[in-house]
Design a protein around this ligand. Sequence first.
Ligand SMILES: [Zn+2]
Ligand SMILES: [Zn+2]
Length: 292
Amino acid sequence: MPVVLMKPRQNVRGFTYRGIVLEDAPAWSGGRRRPVGWPELRAIVQAQQPVLSAPEPGCVRLCAVCRGPSGAGSYRCFQCDLHEQSAAGSLADLVVPVAYAIKGAPHARRLWQYKSPRMSQAAAAGAGVILRAMLLVFLRDHGSCLWQAAGAPGGTHVAGRPTHVAVVPTARGRPGEHPLRALVHGYLAAPWTGLTARPGGEQVRDLDPERFTAGPVPGARVLLVDDTWTTGSSAQSAAMALRAAGARSVITVVLGRHLGGAADEAGLGPAGMPFRLGSCAVHQARAVGSRP
Ligand SMILES: [Zn+2]
Ligand SMILES: [Zn+2]
């Protein structure tokens, strides 16, 4: 794992980015690592740009919740519609994917590689460096877009940045710190709030308010992060648990909205919907919330 050094705080729009990342030492450097800052983090993301795609703001072909394909004339995709029918008002205020994770494409691969025990430590760490850069740069550049969009009329979000960060627990309750939290927790100053999977919950695939429990967070505005959104059932179950624990609002940011291999033909690949550092799914959003 890359070593993390602490240095004077840098503001991440609503968070405090506390660390500097040391890039992995190239073979010729004799093992010396070089500290990197925002321009370097952004360059890491920029290098991935040609192979990444991301939801375009205001695109009517996309589900208003998860930004996956919604089907002709539909406001939400099938899954998000089911969730809304069964739990309107207790789901996340806003869901924003950083990028699409297209089956078989580099971003989708990295989203399992960074936490896979089958990968070598170096390969997992290499995937982690890119994912961490993507999440930190996104929060720094587009955090204010999120807080604004979630506070739009119709949403329950109270204006202002999140007071807590949480991560969606993994399906199989692995011991130790969640790999995504381990990746970024040294860089975000907002306090983390714990979510735990109830025993037996790993069999559950549907939306279930009982699947997770959260520590008490009365009145909190929670930023909920996850690596991959497939059906959204686990992330939305986690949002429900946070609300049951008193959270006033929940904004969910996922590194990858999973899409099947036909995403390119559907115009959701890098050619049809390119990832842009300067944009996000709710960029300069006026009233784009998760509900009509
Ligand atoms: Zn959806
Ligand atoms: Zn934005």
